[in-house]
Design a binder for this molecule. Structure first.
Ligand code: 5AD
Ligand code: SF4
Length: 455
């Protein structure tokens, strides 16, 4: 080290708790990356952390309330430190964006509030928090895209996410995302391709393209034209060594022909699609401002299945949206029976401050919501079990991702995103191998090796 080299920053331990969606998982990893040059290293528990970040979710009331109960526990921990000075607490993500003022009032021991579009400024916010009493707040929607300021993501194992699109302009009447994540933004295609090439060179075999409205992607192309997601996918498929591509979450209205055709033409694109419909009733879809009908959804699925007959579907459902009658709910059940999903996420409608549906008349009682949710989940569980059982005896290409809990066991992912367990050599981690499915558990499959040669 020469005399002019500044000393490395002191080592500090960072604990990040992530709530909510894949996008938050991605953001948490980027927050750790952006803080690493400041000497922050990950720790497994808040108990010995110098800094704790709660990367929060505002999508439903329960998720937001959880943040306040976790903050209460952190306060007790912070109080045990010398003068309360030795632990920095940051609240990041959508609750910080939407409820910053309430957090400052209810939890004045929080040092930093940072929104989902400004966390690239964390090093500066941490430095400011160290100098200043009281909370440091950054919930801007900066004009500079944060991606331009974030370090290039590192590969951690054979699968990776790339955020390609953020925010939402759809304004479904139940949803906070357009307010917390802001307007739609698509990253330039060249940046996405560069990131993907780097990850694949570092051993990644499967990339999931992420966005709140990922199929609304319309990024600047290298020739200054605009590419949609289908086109981006075709370019990605030229990367040697990239075995698999996925994307999530999509909106039925944005499934354009080029993207649908990619399901036939891009061999790396996995035959599994998460395509939320929310409800099967046209009256409710209109009140939700989904901008599609039940038939539109059916038609999209039919067209997709024309391109890719073995496409397997997953969805999101909300029960108990304002004015949802028994007949509306039955229409949702009928649609599920008709389409058949391999899995789905379902939620009781949750009134979110600032969204139009909060003020709608005829809110549905919690009892009815709970009854409907139970019925819907029983049906979905049945479809999931039926689908998983139908896989036994079939041969799948499985990407082996990590060692299992039992000795000699590896865990992988089927094309349909099911966890698959197999006894095989650790050397195979990171490879796509042919496996025969031999047994089924509720959410996973057991398999045996057919051909250890990489597919
Ligand atoms: N209440 C219940 N579920 C909601 N979702 C979004 N907003 C709400 C809300 N206010 C669900 C939708 C969406 C998923 C991410 O969360 O189903 O697709
Ligand atoms: Fe929310 Fe609707 Fe946008 Fe999805 S499309 S993020 S549900 S507003």
């Amino acid at each position: 080290m020469t005399a002019s080299t500044p000393p490395p920053p002191p080592r500090r331990k960072l604990f990040i708790k992530t709530y909510g969606c894949q996008m938050n998982v991605y953001d948490s990893a980027r927050m750790a990356d952006v803080l690493a040059p400041q000497g922050f290293v990950a720790t497994e528990s808040p108990d010995d952390a110098d800094m704790v970040i709660l990367n929060t979710c505002h999508i439903r009331e329960k998720a937001a309330e959880k943040v306040f109960s976790d903050l209460g526990r952190l306060r007790a921990l912070k109080d045990t430190r010398r003068n309360g000075q030795d632990m920095t607490i940051a609240v990041a993500g959508c609750v910080a964006q939407a409820e910053g003022a309430e957090i400052s009032a209810r939890a004045p021991y929080v040092d930093i509030l940072v929104g989902p579009q400004s966390y690239h400024r964390l090093p500066e916010l941490v430095a400011r928090a160290a100098r200043k009493q009281g909370v440091v707040i950054d919930t801007d929607f900066p004009s500079e895209p944060k991606f331009d300021y974030l370090p290039t993501p590192r590969a951690e194992g054979p699968t990776a996410f790339i955020s390609v699109q953020e925010g939402c302009d759809k304004f479904c009447t139940f949803c906070v995302v357009p307010y917390t994540r802001g307007a739609e933004y698509s990253r330039p295609a060249a940046d996405v391709l560069r990131e993907a090439r780097g990850l694949v060179a570092a051993g990644v075999r499967e990339i999931t393209l992420l966005g709140q409205n990922v199929n609304a992607y319309h990024g600047e192309a290298p020739d200054r034209s605009t590419w949609g997601l289908g086109r981006l996918m075709r370019e990605l498929s030229d990367i040697d060594g990239l075995a698999r591509i996925r994307y999530t979450t999509s909106h039925p209205r944005d499934m354009d022909e080029e993207l649908m055709a990619a399901h036939r033409d891009v061999l790396q694109l996995m035959p599994f699609l998460h395509l939320p419909v929310q409800s099967g009733s046209d009256k409710i879809l209109a009140a939700m401002n989904r901008q599609h009908t039940r038939d539109d959804y059916r038609r999209v699925i039919d067209r997709l299945r024309n391109y890719r007959a073995d496409l397997v579907l997953s969805s999101d459902f909300i029960v108990g949206f304002p004015d949802e009658s028994d007949a509306d709910f039955q229409a949702t059940i009928d649609l599920i029976e008709e389409i058949k999903f391999a899995q789905a996420y379902s939620f009781k409608y949750s009134r979110r401050p600032g969204t139009p549906a909060t003020a709608m008349k005829s809110q549905v009682s919690e009892t009815i919501k709970a009854e409907r949710l139970a019925i819907l989940q029983t049906l979905i569980d049945h479809q999931l079990e039926t689908f998983n059982a139908s896989c036994v005896g079939r041969e799948f290409d499985v990407l082996l991702t990590h060692a299992g809990r039992h000795s000699g066991q590896l865990v992988g992912r089927s094309p349909y995103l099911q966890p698959v367990y197999v006894n095989a050599d650790k050397q195979l981690i990171g490879q796509v191998v042919k496996l025969r499915m031999t047994e089924v558990a509720t959410y996973s499959l057991g398999a045996e090796l057919i051909d250890a040669k990489a597919a």
